[in-house]
Structures are given as C-alpha cells and as structure tokens.
Design a protein around this ligand. Structure first.
Ligand code: 5AD
Ligand code: SF4
Length: 477
C-alpha cells in the first residue's frame, strides 16, 4: 500500500491509540482538501439493515466528524460517501448495487468524490469480486470485523489511487473508546456482544458477523454511565442474541444480571434490548423484567415459523408448543407487555399445513406488530441447498395472507391503550406537521401530539385520544 507521508514515522501498535494517530493524519488531509476547494468537505453515511448497523454507522460518523468532514444528507453533494451494507436478504444487496450504479455516475461528474463500502455484505467474497470487477470506481472496501480500523483505512484510501480492500475473516478484538456521533442526544444503542453462534439454517449472520463475543460488563456499564452523564436517558442493549450474553466470559455473567446492573445507573430511565432468541430466554430474565422500573414493556421475540417441523429444519431449537408456553410465562409475569416478532414465509419444504401453524401462533399470541419476510436464499447457508424450495407464487400468496392477519391483529392490539395516559419520550418534530411532536411509549408505540422543539428529549404524560392503526394522536395532560 502506498502511504507516502507515513514513511519513517512511528505508528502506535496499540488500539485505540493507533486509530487516533490516523485520525490526526486524516485531519491534515481533509483540511488541505477543504482549503483547495474553498469550502467545507461533506460526508454521507447510508445505513442498510439492523440496529447493529445503525450503531456501527454512528461510529463511522464519529470518525468522519473527528477528521473534519461535515454531514450532508445529499449524497450526490458529498465528497465522501459510505454505504454500511446488510446482506440478510438478497433484496438488501440489490438495493446497494442499484444505488451504487447511480453514485458511480455522480462520481464521473465529481471525480474527487470518494466512495466506500463496509458492513455485512462485504464479508461475502463473491460480492467483493463483483465490486472489483464491475464497480472499479469504489475507493475503499472493508468488512464487519475491522470497522474499528476505519480511520486507518480512510487514510490509506486517501493516499492511494487504487481501490483499497481489507476484509478480515474473523476477529477476537473488541476495541473500545473511539469517537461516536450519536443520532439522538437522549437515546443510544449500546453493543453488548458481537456475532452469533446459532447457525439458524437460513441465516447468513454467523458467517458475516463471526462467532459470538461478549463485551465485559464493566465496559458496558462504563459506556452507559458516560452516556447518562451526557444526557442519554434511554439505552438499547444490542446483540444478535442478547439472551446468550456473557456465557463465554470469565467468570460468566447472565444477561439478566447485566440488566439489573444497568438498571442501577442513575439517569438511565428506560432500557430496551434486541434481539432475544426464544431458546435462551431464561426465567431469571423474566423475573428481572417483571420487577424492573426501567426495562420497557416490550419484547421482540422472533418466531420465524409456527411449525415445529419447519423450526427443526431451521435449527431454531424450540417447538411451537415451547414458544407458546414461553409467551404464557412472559405474559403472566409482565401483564400488558407488547410482543413483536419476525416471521419468515416460504422456507424450503414449507407446506400449507406448516403455514397454517404459523397463522395459528399469530392468532394465539396476538402480536403488537410483526416483521414478515419472504424467505431469501443465502448462498453458503444450509437452507440454500435444501430441496423443495417453495415456488414464488405460492410464497407470495402466503405472504399476503400472513400480512393481512398480522395487520388486523396489530391494529386491534395497538388500540387497546386508547383513552389511557402514558409516559412518552419526545423524540422529534413530526415530519408532516411541524406543530406536532412525535414520542415513543415504553411499549415502543409512537404517539403524535401538539408540541415544539423545546420538548425533544423530555418525558411527558400524554393522553392517547385516537388510535390510527399503528400509532396514536394524543394531547399533553
Ligand atoms: N430470508 C428471509 N428472512 C431472513 N431473516 C434472516 N435471514 C433471512 C432469510 N434468509 C429474517 C429473520 C430475522 C430477521 C432479522 O431477518 O426473520 O429475525
Ligand atoms: Fe444486521 Fe444481519 Fe443485516 Fe448484518 S446481515 S446488517 S447483522 S440484519
């Protein structure tokens, strides 16, 4: 790699010092660029996929701000554009290629524009090969395991006229204390673990995010305390499977005990977490949730399928009956909790009977909302080579029927709070009507009510006047 101005200098070996060194280097380059252009230089981070990616993007933004770029929402105006990609379903990949094609045309008009790609999709070798071959204009490609090296890679890319590609197969490193630019001042995601060991047979995540690694509880608590001191009142603890948090730490720590410790941090008023795997959800966790003053009244509990036969083929390691029994236990301990889920339609071998089992669970559980997905074949996963892939028109028909049921129940469930007064965290000015603000209840439902910017970040008592399907219109009390 050609990095001329770094030759002969002592580069720190330790992290995060090494990255701070490269942040300084980039600062120099960015400031020169800005002088030459006679204006600030701009960046855009585009995020695809899940909450983990959203959190990673805040880290990318933290670095870009630290090196002197200014944020713009207008991609075509940006001097540096980075796509933080997702590959959980094929359509996420297609969206990236589509947008990238457009961005390539913009770059022809603005040749100094830099384009970078990172995230889950980059962990797939066929993707990187395609980019190298057909998207030559991309300047920098890196993956999920070395995102903490962004400053260093940015520096390399700035000093190179060739595409810089750095993908790691795996890592056991967790680098703390790099800059982060939070999207919201009052709420924040906090990674508690990385990777996944479950190997659900349809899922690519274990291949692109690597083996499960938990952060030390002390580091997590320190981060939460720092956030609280900075005005954050709501934290969302993030991991692919938070219920198996801490199993490999020495000594082991349970997720429930981590939650109890986060609960004790003054200043933190709300705690959320994502995502729970039903097979690892412990009674200890249910008990902690039932006694907590701060854990939100919401649990996202992915079902994936209601058929025990399909669940087995999916390697989910629970049956329909076990799932329903778990829901009963949760509802007995935390009455009125909002339950949400993920469901996949059209997994290989799914029959109409299997699909009816899924509808049966939806009717029995009555989810507050559900994300429904059409099965997407991910190469390298065991399900991709299973026989009996379901024909697209059959899948589409099932998908439509499922969506209809889910929405009908969701509407009924959401409206059950009509007329009550709820505590709401005011999050933003309403996009459509600036005389309204939008807030979120503990159960994750949104409510719009008259207000102004000064209320953002504050908790307010709001009467839920009218349910509009999946959100409420309300008034301050
Ligand atoms: N096809 C469709 N949906 C999938 N998900 C994960 N992998 C696939 C796939 N191959 C869904 C699951 C998961 C959510 C994040 O994405 O429902 O819970
Ligand atoms: Fe998140 Fe999985 Fe998509 Fe990666 S592949 S962004 S972990 S949903």
């Amino acid at each position: 790699m050609r990095v001329p101005e770094l030759q002969g200098e002592e580069i720190p070996m330790e992290e995060p010092e090494r990255q701070y060194y490269f942040i300084e280097k980039c600062r120099g380059i960015v400031s020169k660029m800005s002088q030459e252009l006679g204006r600030p230089v701009y960046y855009t981070v585009v995020t695809f996929g899940c909450q983990m990616n959203a959190r990673d993007s805040e880290k990318l933004e933290g670095i870009l701000e630290a090196v002197g770029y200014q944020k713009t929402e207008q991609e075509e105006r940006a001097d540096f554009v980075i796509y933080n990609t997702c590959t959980v379903r094929e359509n996420a990949n297609q969206r990236v290629y589509g947008r990238l094609g457009y961005l390539g045309k913009q770059k022809k008009k603005h040749p100094h524009m830099m384009i970078a790609l990172c995230g889950c999709m980059m962990q797939e070798s066929h993707v990187v090969e395609k980019l190298k071959k057909s998207y030559r204009f991309v300047d920098l490609i890196f993956g999920t395991h070395n995102i903490f090296r962004f400053a260093e890679l940015l520096c390399q890319a700035m000093n190179s006229d060739r595409m810089v590609v750095d993908i790691w197969k795996d890592t056991d490193q967790i680098v703390e204390d790099l800059p982060v630019d939070r999207k919201y001042s009052f709420k924040s995601g906090v990674n508690i673990m990385f990777g996944c060991n479950n190997f659900c047979s349809y899922c690519i995540v274990p291949y692109v995010r690597g083996r499960e690694r938990s952060r030390n509880p002390e580091d997590i608590l320190k981060e939460c305390r720092t956030l609280a001191a900075d005005g954050v009142t709501e934290v969302m603890l993030l991991g692919q499977n938070v219920n198996s948090y801490g199993k490999n730490l020495n000594p082991p720590v349970t997720f429930a005990s981590l939650l109890s410790q986060v609960e004790q941090i003054p200043g933190i008023k709300r705690i959320r977490f994502m995502t729970s795997h039903p097979k690892d959800l412990s009674d200890e966790l249910i008990q902690v949730m039932s006694q907590s003053q701060k854990i939100c009244s919401h649990l996202h509990l992915p079902l994936q399928s209601g058929s025990s036969r399909i669940l087995k083929k999916m390697n989910r390691r629970y049956t329909k009956e076990q799932y329903l029994e778990l829901v009963d236990r949760i509802r007995a301990a935390v009455p009125d909790i909002s339950l949400t889920t993920d469901i996949i339609v059209g997994f290989p071998g799914e029959t109409e009977e299997d699909f009816q089992e899924t509808l049966d669970v939806v009717r029995k559980v009555r989810y507050d909302s559900a994300f429904t997905f059409i099965y997407s074949k991910r190469s390298g996963t065991p399900a991709a080579i299973m026989e009996d892939q379901v024909p697209p028109e059959v899948v589409k028909d099932r998908f439509d029927r499922l969506l209809q049921l889910v929405q009908e129940i969701s509407r009924q469930m959401s409206s059950r709070f009509t007329g009550t007064v709820q505590e709401v965290l005011t999050e933003e000015i309403n996009g459509q009507d600036p005389s309204l603000v939008t807030g979120r209840m503990s159960n994750n439902l949104l409510v719009h009510f008259p207000g102004d910017a000064s209320m953002i970040g504050s908790y307010r008592k709001v009467r839920l006047d009218e349910c509009k399907g999946f959100y409420y219109m309300g008034t301050l009390v």
